[in-house]
Design a protein around this ligand. Structure first.
Ligand SMILES: *Cc1c(COP(=O)(O)O)cnc(C)c1O
Length: 347
């Protein structure tokens, strides 16, 4: 069976982690600080604060923006629940925007219609590895929290994602582009916001009491992250090479392939096919061919919240399917995926 996703772990990765374990300093320490500097420098921002998960990074970002109970946070419906959870942790009101059907990214026009005097921030995920429409979103004049969980290393008009919003966050979960097992980071150019996040992630030895969290990353995870970061450009090139092979292999089939837009680089965290029909039959048929495919998102947020339907998100959800793409996918596996998709869709 070819899995839907798989981390790309090398001997150097294992050795980097083992070296830290052997020192006995296995909690948050210097390696985490080095990882923060390395990721911030890669993205091109002033600093980063590493945390235990991407969800925690979203939570602390909202706290740093001083989001309060009753404030409205806009986010797209075509998304996993992690950002929705972070909004609920701080008692804010999630307001669901629709998406651009060509990319699955949040639609600036939809956001504009939802702005109110209580809008405090917009969560902007760069879905599937492709940058959102940042120029139009920045013009809205509301603080942007970029969600780079799927897109670290992607660029928009020559700028790295994560370097354009007031704050941004990454996830280093096992199957993301860069893996630490679990992990996340808040990035920003604003030293005050960074300081606030730094203060909130650790509860111990503080002069004044306030509610803080224990969201620290360990040096073991950071060692894996640093080791992986050295290969991030190669990971991205490998994903793009596989995407190009898929583009060529599926060109003549009756489906819509991922679009690539000139002012953006797509790092293909996911390679999403859009079929003109519900994807369940395709997923089952591909499994018989030995290839695990999945819906591109689990369920749109409007469905989970029983909120009014975001039409484009609903349509995309039903018709979109994600096929295996990761640097450790071998040429043989790639061939099998192409063969399987062609066989299933030509029936
Ligand atoms: C994975 C993911 C997150 C959450 O990250 P965790 O590290 O799993 O908490 C948030 N947003 C998006 C778009 C993601 O893909």
């Amino acid at each position: 069976m070819i899995p839907h996703s798989r981390p790309t772990i090398t001997r150097e990765d294992s050795e980097a982690v083992a070296r830290i374990v052997a020192t006995g300093f296995i909690a948050q320490g210097d390696v985490v600080a080095n990882f923060e500097r390395a990721v911030a420098s890669f993205v091109g921002v002033r600093g980063g604060v590493a945390v235990n998960t991407g969800t925690s990074a979203l939570h602390l970002s909202l706290l740093a923006l001083k989001v309060q109970k009753g404030d409205e946070i806009i986010l797209p419906s075509y998304l996993c629940v992690a950002p929705l959870n972070a909004i609920n942790y701080v008692g804010a009101v999630p307001v669901l925007a629709d998406v651009d059907p060509a990319t699955g990214n949040i639609s600036p026009e939809s956001v504009r219609r939802l702005l109110s005097s209580r809008t405090r921030a917009i969560i902007v995920p760069h879905m599937m590895g492709q940058p959102a429409a940042m120029e139009a979103l920045l013009k809205l004049g509301v603080p942007l929290l970029e969600d780079c969980a799927q897109a670290i290393g992607a660029q928009y008009q020559g700028k790295m994602v994560g370097s354009m919003g007031r704050l941004s966050m990454c996830s280093f979960y096992a199957t993301k582009v860069l893996a630490c097992g679990e992990g996340g980071m808040v990035l920003s150019d604003d030293p005050q916001l960074l300081e606030m996040v730094r203060d909130l992630r650790d509860y111990d030895e503080k002069c004044e009491y306030r509610v803080r969290y224990n969201y620290k990353m360990t040096d073991m995870q950071a060692a894996l992250g640093l080791s992986q970061l050295q290969r991030l450009p190669a990971f991205i090139a490998a994903r793009q090479r596989i995407a190009a092979a898929y583009d060529a292999g599926f060109r003549d089939l009756p489906l819509v392939l991922p679009v690539s837009q000139t002012e953006k680089t797509h790092i293909y965290f996911r390679y999403v096919l859009r079929l003109g029909e519900d994807v369940q039959r395709f997923i089952s048929a591909m499994q018989k061919e030995g290839v695990i495919c999945r819906r591109a998102i689990y369920k749109p947020l409007h469905a989970l919240l029983a909120a009014s339907v975001c039409e484009q998100a609903e349509k995309l959800y039903g018709e979109s399917v994600s096929i295996p793409i990761y640097p450790s996918l071998s040429d043989r596996e790639l061939e099998l995926v192409v063969h399987g998709v062609r066989k299933v869709l030509q029936k």
